[in-house]
Design a protein around this ligand. Structure first.
Ligand code: NCD
Length: 370
């Protein structure tokens, strides 16, 4: 059942964004093994403590659209420190001790759900995974009923993925805890864009001035939308490359350059972001055939040769090998940072849980905190 205020399919268009100031790069601690380990661990803890003095000016994380360049820098700086924590043997922190985190996934997920679960557990929260796959809703329960049921469980943090655009925001208005959008329809997937930004920033030092091509099924992609907001906000230039059938109307209003030809779109780019062909969201034929799609829009070495020689290849996963990306290209250790994106996903989710938890009321349940 489509909740009131939610939109299925299509892209509701906000006003176009312009670039923001360059991000401030926090140097990470590169090595956590060997004789200096104690010192380095001390440096890591003080780095996390330094960041912990800052207040994040949002109660929920619903989308990149609501974040300023300063907010994004704050998240990425803290996530940088968490990358180091994740590489230690002992990854456990006490920050969320006594807190309850519920992961409510109305759609299947591997990476996102497991990294939110790991992040919550690493910070000491009690984590409950609820894979509802619409079952309660199919039995007639509305999203509002679900929200009320969840509220009675008194969570502090609620991580939600839902097939309808706007559903997570609606839920956030009905519950007392902090809500994190783990992907809503074709609207936003803010933590994916943040982990992509962290991956790029650690490789390139800054997002400012980079030329990024987002390629493939833009129409159905919340990842594309969140990345467009974030990259524009941080001063990168964004191209979208897709056949006309896989582009939302008026996409150019989001401040991107539009290309239909893959070779032209990839010319001289610093970053190639590939997207999955989301066949489960397609009603009707959007591409003539998967073979033809791969021929014209699949990333292979020949098309990649148009990009800068050191251009990074990214994909949010799951990948359709041989449909939007050639298998060898995806696994190319010199060019592809796809596995690194997964690692950065845990760090970014740790940072988000950390930042939002600072705004929770001191007593264990957030209920009544509105
Ligand atoms: C993306 C999603 O769910 O939007 N995947 C993810 O979060 N790792 C992209 C996709 O499903 O293609």
């Amino acid at each position: 059942m489509l909740p009131a205020g939610a939109v299925r399919g299509g892209w509701p268009l906000p006003p176009c964004r312009t670039g923001g100031p360059a991000p401030v790069l926090t140097p990470g601690i590169s090595c956590l093994q060997g004789p200096g380990f104690g010192l380095i661990q001390f440096a890591l803890m003080s780095s996390l403590r330094t960041h912990s003095a800052l207040r994040f000016p949002h109660r929920h994380l619903l989308g990149i659209k609501d974040l300023s360049a300063t907010d994004i820098d704050q998240i990425l700086d803290l996530a940088d420190s968490y990358v180091e924590l994740n590489r230690q043997v002992d990854k456990k922190q006490n920050l969320l001790r006594g807190r309850t985190q519920i992961n409510l996934f109305f759609e299947a997920s591997t990476r996102t759900q497991s990294s939110f679960e790991l992040a919550g557990k690493r910070l000491g929260a009690d984590v409950l995974n609820m894979a509802v796959s619409n079952s309660a809703l199919k039995k007639g329960e509305t999203l509002i009923d679900t929200a009320m049921t969840l509220n009675a469980l008194r969570p502090d943090l609620l991580v939600v993925r839902h097939p309808d655009s706007g559903a997570v925001e609606l839920l956030s208005q009905k519950v007392d805890c902090a809500v994190i959008n783990a992907g809503d329809g074709s609207n936003e997937h803010p933590t994916q864009a943040l982990l992509d930004a962290l991956t790029i920033r650690r490789r390139r030092g800054s997002l400012q001035g980079l030329l990024v091509a987002i390629c493939g099924d833009i129409l159905h992609s919340r990842v594309a939308r969140s990345n467009i907001y974030l990259l524009n906000r941080m001063g990168a230039r964004v191209r979208v490359v897709a056949p006309p059938t896989l582009l939302p109307a008026h996409i150019d209003r989001l401040g991107v350059e539009v290309f239909h030809d893959m070779r032209a779109g990839l010319q001289d780019v610093d970053i190639v972001m590939m997207l999955r062909l989301q066949q489960e969201r397609m009603h009707g034929a959007f591409v003539p055939s998967l073979r033809e799609y791969y021929h014209f829009h699949g990333l292979d070495y020949e098309k990649l040769s148009r990009a800068k020689p050191d251009a990074l290849i990214m994909h949010p996963g799951p990948m359709n090998r041989g449909v939007e990306i050639d298998s060898e290209v995806a696994d190319d250790i010199d060019r592809s940072v796809i596995r690194e994106q997964v690692e950065m996903g845990v760090a970014v989710r740790l940072a988000i849980l950390d930042l939002l938890s600072r705004n929770l009321p001191a007593n264990s349940s957030a209920a009544g905190a509105k």
